[in-house]
Write a new protein. Structure first.
Length: 201
């Protein structure tokens, strides 16, 4: 079993905890209170700006064969995921430019940026976000919400293109020289941050 497959196995219970979280369950039903999603949207916008920086920091350290992968991931996050947030912001009255990081966002981004000082450790730390959202999207898309804005959110993360980007991270992680125990430690910490992030301010 590869490192990424081992991480999927230990991450699934933590993913299940996200699926029953009130914020995720509300998105899945399409009836999440707008102020809650607005707050999440603002926090995730700030998170993604730093996520792009994490990809860029790892790209600087990457072997030649994966430099393009990380540049592509940074580009997709900046131009596609953030475009989704901007397109949704008006409908929810979100103030993306005026938003301030809450404690969960600050803790998660600090963890990721610190881990990205090391190429292999940075990959293990960021993988929970890619794998988690891709898996959540796929599961929620099996019975997508009728509410169009929440449906658009689900479809973004259920898209095969996003799954393909996630698989590229898995390949890089499997090839990286990182002890399995350390990979599991960083992945578990990242998944813990993922769950806490749904507790929006």
């Amino acid at each position: 079993m590869s490192i990424s497959e081992e991480l999927h196995a230990i991450g699934r219970p933590l993913l299940d905890a996200q699926l029953v979280h009130p914020t995720v369950a509300g998105i899945a039903r399409g009836d999440l209170a707008e102020p809650v999603f607005r707050s999440w949207l603002e926090q995730d916008y700030l998170f993604l700006l730093d996520y792009v920086r994490v990809f860029c920091r790892l790209a600087w350290q990457a072997p030649d064969g994966h430099l393009g992968d990380l540049v592509d991931l940074a580009h997709a996050t900046f131009h596609e995921e953030l475009r989704l947030h901007r397109s949704l912001s008006a409908g929810f009255g979100a103030d993306l430019d005026g938003a301030v990081k809450g404690p969960a966002c600050e803790a998660y981004t600090s963890f990721l940026l610190a881990a990205a000082a090391d190429y292999a450790e940075g990959l293990a730390a960021l993988y929970p976000c890619m794998w988690g959202y891709s898996t959540l999207g796929r599961i929620l898309a099996e019975n997508p919400p009728a509410e169009p804005r929440y449906r658009a959110w689900v479809e973004t993360y259920a898209h095969p293109g996003f799954a393909a980007l996630t698989e590229r991270i898995a390949v890089m992680l499997d090839e990286a020289d990182l002890a399995p125990g350390r990979a599991k430690e960083l992945f578990t910490e990242g998944m813990t941050h993922e769950l806490a992030f749904w507790d929006v301010p």
